[in-house]
Design a protein around this ligand. Structure first.
Ligand SMILES: [Zn+2]
Length: 390
């Protein structure tokens, strides 16, 4: 069997957990270049993010993976159809590499200026020469699949010695013990606190108290710094959402730059206003976890008197009955039966990640909404709830 016949007949692996790592996958050895063997697996392309997160949250060696290189075939490019044609190539590298800013470490010439700075401007020198990386290829033959090639799966440097995490003796007692960045959960929490106006000092005081109470830092999130939170606050204060004077142009630009979290977008048209549906990866995970076979609620009161266009939040509830916003819809007139325009897209997005996901019911806080427009498989009942959801 030729290499590509072998690859295309590999089983597609789709672990039924929110995020998964290399350990949850059976790897196949397929002959590659110059008699070397490649460790390969096929996963759905829609689950690449879950795999990247799973690999980052490695218990033995917490890290992050960043996109070191990416190439996309432009849709206009014509080419001869080949079995190994690639739509997209993404190289993910452990964020502790590939450069090495440790004493005596090698840095690629193009990046050497970063290491020479006298005062590393706000960015810790996290690069420690880690060689751990994997490649994701999206094939023209099977665009719904991702071919993952993982030949360097150990967090070691060029000499083969552990270079970060608990196995690295030099990292003990330093930040390199932990993941290089704080988690998305903590980032979101800090951003929300800042957004509602909690001062940086209060956030830090609360955080320090919490870390002291647990007996010192035990993961990267515990090392949150005053400087980092202050920077977030400044960034938020200075951020400009109006990218252009014309709202339509402004929104198009925003959508272009944030494609990963836009699940639905319809531009202004002659008869209709725009609808923009936003859902981050973290929100999608919460929706899968807490929304399955339970209630989803629409809260249309957020920002109605403060923002130019109101934001409608779709909420799920955790075990403690806390509401978690799992998607946002921005449209000028939500009340005029717009739900059918985006609900299917949101449903499909969740079902791509978890085909067993079912919606138990949908609570609408706006009785004017045309409920006939919501018809989805698995929706047992709908409720109109005129009072604000707490
Ligand atoms: Zn690494």
């Amino acid at each position: 069997m030729t290499r590509w016949d072998e690859i295309l007949t590999l089983p597609v692996q789709n672990p039924t957990i929110l995020e998964f790592s290399a350990a949850d996958i059976t790897w196949s050895m397929v002959e590659g270049w110059k008699d070397s063997m490649d460790r390969l697996a096929l996963i759905p392309f829609s689950r690449v993010g879950d795999f990247v997160r799973g690999e980052s949250n490695n218990k033995a060696c917490p890290t992050r993976f960043h996109v070191e290189a990416r190439r996309r075939r432009s849709p206009t490019m014509t080419c001869k159809p080949k079995v190994d044609g690639i739509l997209e190539y993404i190289l993910y590298w452990c964020s502790f590499g590939p450069d090495d800013y440790r004493k005596g470490g090698a840095v690629r010439p193009s990046r050497s200026s970063c290491g020479k700075r006298k005062t590393p401007a706000g960015r810790p020198n996290t690069k420690r020469g880690c060689v751990c990386h994997f490649i994701v290829k999206r094939l023209i033959a099977e665009p719904s699949l991702a071919l993952v090639i993982y030949n360097h799966n150990k967090h070691v440097d060029k000499k083969g010695t552990p270079c970060h995490g608990p196995m690295d003796k030099m990292a003990v007692g330093t930040k390199a013990m932990f993941a290089p960045y704080i988690s998305d959960e903590l980032l979101l929490e800090v951003m929300s606190l800042l957004y509602v106006g909690i001062p940086v000092e209060t956030i830090m005081q609360r955080h320090t108290e919490m870390v002291e109470k647990q007996g010192g830092p035990s993961n990267r999130d515990d090392l949150l710094t005053h400087r980092y939170v202050r920077r977030l606050e400044r960034k938020m204060r200075r951020s400009v959402y109006e990218l252009d004077d014309d709202d339509a142009v402004s929104m198009n630009k925003w959508v272009e730059n944030n494609q990963d979290c836009v699940f639905f977008y319809e531009d202004f048209s002659d008869n209709d206003t725009f609808v923009l549906g936003i859902q981050t990866d973290w929100q999608l995970q919460q929706m899968i976890q807490y929304g399955n076979r339970s209630l989803l609620a629409s809260d249309s009161k957020f920002g109605t008197n403060k923002l130019k266009y109101p934001v409608h939040s779709i909420l799920v509830f955790d075990q403690q009955k806390n509401a978690i916003p799992v998607a946002w819809i921005i449209t000028p007139n939500f009340t005029h039966g717009e739900i059918h325009r985006w609900m299917g897209a949101l449903y499909d997005r969740v079902r791509t990640k978890d085909p067993t996901w079912q919606l138990g019911g949908f609570i609408i806080d706006d009785p004017l909404t045309d409920m006939r427009t919501i018809r989805l498989p698995g929706v047992d009942f709908l409720m109109a709830c005129p009072s604000r959801l707490a």
